[in-house]
Write a protein that binds this ligand. Structure first.
Ligand code: GMT
Length: 386
């Protein structure tokens, strides 16, 4: 198949899923064309079968807001025509599904078929999509998509209720490549930590990975860690960047724990860093899935997380991680301390986390579900437009 993929190329879960999907599809022999305003950050241009098409957005004095969605629609239609695409797969509904709809109609007017699949990721439904200025058009584009998927049952139900959508939506969960995201043997872990000046031997590492948006509650990460490090030696590694980074840096200073806290910023090979950790901290206000937790679990790193959105579909509380109410930093710290002080329980949870990633969320069987879904869409099945 020749598949066009559009996503937000910046740091964020939907862009990561779209990029990893493109890489996996290309590895299966499909031709993948990314269409976006800049190259997705996990694409390094090395993979065979992957092409990138930049969307140029011209600005004119008349435009207070350059219309990216229109430039994207034009580019989608051009790329589809020049490279004989079979279908488009857009990640994050706003505005990508609207642009895909326009591209489909442009080509249809010339007798060329270009179906599109929309994958809903989270805030496109739970936050931005509920804004009255976007809701009607987002709902329309979802209804008009040739196929719709979402990344958890939670998000599927939310879309049906909040958007009053009455068409089929297939849940295809986020996935992880368990050969790339893989644990490190203990002695290699210690050497790798020493190379990065991260921790003294046997000192546990807690890790956080996000785009540092308010929904991630990064200051709760610092608060939880402060309570841990007052009780025992430990290090905190934070990967990513975004609006709340400086607040978190100030908080670490104010609490006097900055020597134990390492802000690494945006990193390319996050799997290698996750594998150094003992626990992931994910105290989010909301997660429709929680991809960072899955990537950590594949590296045998269980999460201390919040019981929100789709997280309980991924983490079995007490078995593959621990779940708490949003904002309960005391309980999260107590749970982490308890686990760190109980090597047998910790070992069992690490094994269970990896097993879940391998048995339920491995790319080797989740990605073929997307391929089957594309085939159904191309055969005109599962298409129920409102
Ligand atoms: O929250 C983010 O990291 C950004 C956001 C996005 O769309 O880029 O992530 C959403 O999609 C991820 C991939 O499907 C999910 O794992 C995240 O849970 C989801 N974020 C929220 O629902 C807040």
């Amino acid at each position: 198949m020749r598949i066009g993929i559009t996503c937000y190329p910046t740091y964020g879960g939907s862009g990561v899923v779209a990029t990893e999907l493109g890489i996996e599809l290309a590895a299966l022999g499909h031709e993948v064309h990314f269409i976006s305003y800049s190259q997705p950050f996990r694409l390094n241009g090395r993979d065979d079968g992957i092409f990138y098409h930049e969307v140029p957005v011209s600005n004119y004095p008349l435009f207070e807001f350059p219309p990216y969605d229109l430039a994207l629609a034009s580019r989608m239609a051009e790329v589809a025509e020049f490279y004989a695409l079979d279908l488009l797969h857009v990640h994050y509904a706003i505005p990508h599904s609207v642009s895909a709809l326009l591209a489909r109609e442009m080509l249809a007017s010339r007798g060329r078929r270009l179906p599109f699949v929309t994958t809903l990721h989270g805030t496109d439904i739970t936050l931005v999509g509920l804004d009255r200025s976007y809701l009607p058009i987002t709902r329309y584009a979802i209804q008009q998509s040739d196929g719709v998927t979402c990344i958890s049952e939670y998000l599927r139900e939310k879309t049906i209720v909040d958007f009053n959508v009455d068409r089929p939506i297939e849940t295809i969960p986020n996935f992880v490549n368990c050969n790339v995201y893989t644990p490190l043997p203990d002695e290699q872990r210690e050497k790798a930590c020493a190379r990065r000046h991260l921790a003294a031997p046997h000192e546990p590492i807690l890790i956080h990975l996000s785009n540092f948006r308010p929904v991630k509650r990064v200051c709760d990460v610092i608060q939880v860690f402060a309570r841990i490090v007052r009780q025992r030696p430990a290090q905190l590694v934070l990967i990513g960047d975004g609006p709340d980074r400086s607040a978190a840096e100030w908080l670490a200073q104010d609490l006097g724990i900055q020597a134990h806290v390492h802000f690494l910023g945006k990193q390319e090979r996050v799997g290698e860093l996750l594998a150094l950790a003992d626990l992931l901290l994910m105290p989010s206000e909301l997660e429709s899935f929680g991809l960072a937790a899955l990537e950590a679990m594949a590296c045998k790193v269980p999460a201390i997380a919040t019981r929100v959105g789709g997280v309980p579909e991924l983490i079995d509380d007490g078995v593959t991680g621990l779940l708490y109410p949003v904002g309960d930093v005391e309980a999260m710290a107590a749970g982490a301390l308890d686990l760190l002080g109980n090597p047998a329980r910790m070992k069992a949870m690490r094994e269970a986390a990896r097993k879940t990633a391998q048995e339920r969320f491995c790319s080797s069987f989740v990605v073929p579900r997307y391929v089957r879904f594309y085939e159904e869409v191309l055969n005109g099945q599962g298409v129920a437009r409102g």
